[in-house]
Design a binder for this molecule. Sequence first.
Ligand SMILES: NC(=O)C1=CN([C@@H]2O[C@H](COP(=O)(O)OP(=O)(O)OC[C@H]3O[C@@H](n4cnc5c(N)ncnc54)[C@H](O)[C@@H]3O)[C@@H](O)[C@H]2O)C=CC1
Ligand SMILES: N[C@@H](CC=O)C(=O)O
Length: 803
Amino acid sequence: MKILKFGGKSLANGKGIHKVVDIIEDKAKSGEVLAVVLSARGKSTDELEEILEKAVNNESYQEQLTAFKKYQLAEYVNFNADIEFETLDKLFEGVSLLGDYSKRIKDQVLSQGEVISAKLLTHLLQERGVNANFTDSRALIKTDATFGEAQPLEKLSKENVVNHFKKYNGDTVNIVTGFIASNTKNETTTLGRNGSNYTAALLANYLDAEELQNFTHVNGIYTANPDLVADAKKIEKLSFTEANELAYFGANILHAKTIIPLIEKDIPLRILNTFDHNDNGTLITSEASKKGIKSLSVLENVSLINLEGRGLLGKVGVDARIFKALAYKNISVSIISQGSSERGIGLVVASEKANEAKKVLEQEFEVDFQTKDVNTITVEDEVSVISIIGQDLSTFHRPYNALIKNQVIPLLFNNTVSGNNVSLVVYKKQLHKALNVIHGEIFGVTKKINIAIFGHGLVGGTLINQILESAEKIKKRKKIDLNVFAVANSRKVLLNPKGVDANWQSNINEGIAYSIQDIIDFANQYHLENLIAVDNTASKEFTDNYLKLVENGFDIVSSNKIANTLSFDFYKDLRSKLEQYQKQYLYETNVGAGLPLIDTIKLLHLSGENITRIKGVFSGSLSYLFNTFSKEDRLFSEVLREAMDKGFTEPDPREDLCGNDVGRKLLILARELDLSNEFVDINIHNLIPENLRGGDASSFLNKIEELNPVYQKIKDEQQPNHVLRYIGDLHGDLFEEKGILDVTLVSVPESSALGQVKGSDSIFEIYTESYGDQPIVIQGAGAGAAVTARGVFGDILRLTEKG
Ligand SMILES: NC(=O)C1=CN([C@@H]2O[C@H](COP(=O)(O)OP(=O)(O)OC[C@H]3O[C@@H](n4cnc5c(N)ncnc54)[C@H](O)[C@@H]3O)[C@@H](O)[C@H]2O)C=CC1
Ligand SMILES: N[C@@H](CC=O)C(=O)O
């Protein structure tokens, strides 16, 4: 036999109740032997409770009662609930007159919801020709007299159930009232919260059912609440032990007490969806599933009570006193955590009980306050508990690190050894983000990376398009969902929590004026996790935002070289801020565009390989300029314009020509080697003649023809078979505080390594102690929007892996 159970939402008027009738009819007609347990319909129980409260307070309740009756009868013209309605009329009248009611009366009132529900379903099934039999569970399930939370009398109840089902079996479908029972005096009792599930589990146990099918409005148990975590996945199979943990931590489909009767008889429980009943749902069995995390569950409406006391160390019975005082007021503690110093104890209780709990504890510890053994008892109201079911401490560092990286610092955490269950208390305002971060980390379904891109010029614009083009593939291959939620220039930002699309360029006109705080606020408002700010500007002003971005949970990726070449003090401050907030700053494209230079230098240096010199053509644009100009009989200005058109130069090409760009690259490398050079230490050969240095970029560009005779002369005066190269050279004693940084224009034999560089290639010769006179050489395109954007993209992906 299969036991089916339908909850209130499934039985609500409209689509639900018809679906329920269809399901039962289908199953009955296919010959399955069934018993069906029902809750009250829709919100009937709540309604009855409200009417009861009105009646006891002598408020007018008739209107609500009439609406209740109307709802129950709905369009079911041949259905009659006169007996139940009369019972309710009498009960409410009595309560209203007395101005009082007992739990016994309340049970009588509430029971009518289940009775009407089961009678209606029996009626509707009979109308369809199904052999349905209304079964009042009060005649079967016998309990003690604890009204509101009665305990079943196992032996008697079992006997009644078995005898009843002996009489009504085979093709009869028994439609049983859930939740309600009766005591030995035949007075109505109820089984407490989740009572209908309990009734169904008891029936399954007594009748040795082959399966209990619990129909709800969801397709089963998910890895997290799908309303909070879009990526949540349905769990196909679960063990009772895991389900038990879930039940305790708020998965309200289940309750520990409803599982026990099933475990006893090894009866599988299947959670199904009334509205999608062909889905297999989630199957819960006693079979231990393969080890691993199964689900995240959340406790909301809780408060954290913190009891702090310097004199608690070694004091015996403190916890006992806490629990006793709270138990006295019927306050349940869901989580407790105590430091080994015993100076602080954190307790989680239901929010509505928090103030009362604080008061009781203050009374209990009154003397301890006077002796200063206890200092404070505080309540933190806006908190939630996230429980990672199936998590043991061996891999807990992963979700924990991910939380810290996302600026979610748990207020308290504790674990159960047996249940493999770690619980974290977080601020309520961070719940959504925290859940998504943990979920992404441990289920690896897809990890969402939220990116804000500043600067959408040559590099930035190319990057956005590269990301949009590759996003789908990356999602499939690496399970990483790249979401560009902000694109900004110096004036406007285009914001979309779900990510900009291929039309971002035309939409940017509709962007809004912004400050960096607006972008931080936006990310917070939409609970965006795994934040990355990408700086593709050439702006000093923008780098002023770095510290604030780091403090607010952003990792930084930058093609902009400015931040790394400001004062050494800022350089250090930024690093210590990154360390403090566990954030990353990647800038591989700062030197050599897309070439893997910085990483190589970092690795060599970290591994203890002593770098003694780095020399080469550092600038892609100047490489192009001098390679082309040296070889071809063309004007210097013409080649310079070509380098600009190809996107090799800085936004202001004077930055290349004056040597600042190469100087910055040298300084960045020097600092990677822990040298503390400042920008002013660099010896730069400025390629712009003094008379052309003033003014702005456009007035300079109007005069670049004036460079032609200067560079033609330099070119002509070289030795035969020599070419011009603009090089950077980091040398000196690189184990001292500072190195020597030179940026110069040199004439080298065409056949030399430097002389053979072509196009916009950069070449870097890295000399180390182990490699001696044979440097490690890294050579390739040193400039260009596509290669640079690709390098920035690489940094973004590297960050997604570090997380
Ligand atoms: N072009 C190349 O080959 C390479 C370039 N880079 C670096 O890439 C960066 C970008 O270069 P390009 O794309 O060529 O420049 P670009 O001039 O084409 O683009 C810069 C963008 O930044 C925006 N911007 C300026 N100030 C801003 C602010 N305060 N906030 C937000 N946006 C701001 C501008 O509106 C513009 O859209 C530069 O720092 C450059 O040094 C690095 C390696 C290679
Ligand atoms: N303008 C720079 C671009 C890369 O950093 C260069 O020419 O190398």
